[in-house]
Design a protein around this ligand. Structure first.
Ligand SMILES: *Cc1c(COP(=O)(O)O)cnc(C)c1O
Length: 352
């Protein structure tokens, strides 16, 4: 007898992030901001009150309330997940059937294609133009032509850092029957969110995460926001205790700190602007080597034939960025981290 792996999992490889000890990590779009000692004390208190022998609240009620309050939306439109990654997987499982067509935009977050393949759906890639914009009229035609069941994309986009205008995304939602899954993981850094419009649509799910602007990548917490018909499906399809009690306790403590969150976002945006400004100066000296895209996120995306060499050079010097086949993605860090990064890039290009 022999057990054979099936087609869809036969060639899967575990997700393989860059591991190891590096002085400066600018590869995963995390926040560089640490909560104050006082806030950490409150977090520890909240955690110490968790009953470890009990299952968590399966609805993550308090967390959803806090999130809804922070973004000024009704809490009955919100469901929490073990990172938005988990929610993507639940959405695919619940709303798709084998053979359904899913449109992704390329380039975009790689997880969309991965989860689509796991539910045995066909992933159709719609190419962005050279500046990573999308012709929405063409996209709408394509969706309706092939009768796509779902369209999923990030706005602003990881990895391109480019954002689409809310009016264009609305047009897309209003002119198709497909379910639009709008991943707003980086929307805290921009102002084109559709969160407040979500009730007007029966084919829109918005994803948000605590991993980026809010600085809680460690606790794995994300949210889906949609009208109650869609949200009830996600609530029913998710595993019952998907958000653990420790995560819920930490999140409740920190999500109530509106001022801290707003200040963090401002600080990250300032860091991004400063990093972008300095990188543009280097681009000006090496226009053939570097093309830097206007960023609506907390990272800078660079097209460069030197990607691999710069990546290796930085790595040797204790700095990790993301190398993506002719492109580099660099997260905005603290002032000190950005300075060290810029010094090394200048050293690479031998400029003062
Ligand atoms: C980082 C990121 C997420 C967040 O995933 P979590 O599982 O919530 O950490 C989702 N979508 C995109 C496009 C991202 O870059």
């Amino acid at each position: 007898m022999a057990f054979e792996l099936n087609e869809k999992v036969k060639n899967l490889k575990p997700y393989d992030p860059i591991c190891g000890d590096f002085e400066i990590r600018l590869d995963a779009n995390e926040s560089f901001i640490q909560p104050s000692d006082k806030m950490m004390e409150d977090v520890m208190n909240a955690v110490s009150n968790v009953a470890l022998n009990r299952y968590p609240d399966s609805t993550a009620y308090d967390v959803c309330e806090q999130f809804a309050k922070l973004y000024d939306i009704p809490s009955n439109l919100v469901v929490a997940g073990n990172g938005s990654d988990e929610i993507i997987s639940v959405i695919m499982t619940a709303f798709l059937q084998k053979g359904d067509k899913v449109i992704t935009l390329t380039p975009d977050f790689s997880m969309y294609n991965f989860y689509t393949s796991l539910v045995e759906c066909e992933c159709i890639e719609f190419a962005k133009d050279d500046d990573f914009n999308v012709d929405f009229d063409k996209l709408i035609l394509e969706i309706n032509n092939i009768n796509a069941r779902m369209v999923i994309f990030s706005n602003p986009c990881n990895p391109t850092s480019v954002g689409f205008l809310a009016k264009d995304v609305k047009k897309l939602i209003e002119n198709t029957n497909a379910l639009i899954v709008l991943d707003e993981a980086y929307m805290d850094f921009w102002n084109q969110s559709l969160l407040c419009d979500v009730q007007n649509y029966d084919n829109l799910i918005i994803l948000r995460t605590c991993s980026k602007a809010i600085g809680l990548a460690s606790i794995r917490l994300g949210f889906a926001v949609a009208n109650t018909k869609l949200i009830n499906v996600i609530k029913s399809a998710k595993s019952p205790y998907n958000v653990n009690s420790l995560t819920q306790a930490v999140a409740c403590s920190l999500l109530s700190q509106r001022e801290y969150i707003e200040q963090s976002i401002e600080a990250i945006k300032n860091s991004l602007d400063a990093l972008y400004f300095e990188l543009k100066k280097i681009e000006k000296k090496f226009p053939k080597n570097l093309k830097i895209y206007k960023s609506n996120t907390n990272f800078v995306f660079i097209k460069t034939q030197d990607a691999k060499q710069i990546f290796e050079f930085l790595k040797t010097n204790g700095i990790i960025v993301r190398n993506m086949n002719g492109y580099l993605r660099i997260t905005a860090g603290s002032q000190d981290e950005n300075q060290k990064l810029l010094n090394q890039i200048k050293k690479f290009y031998k400029v003062g």
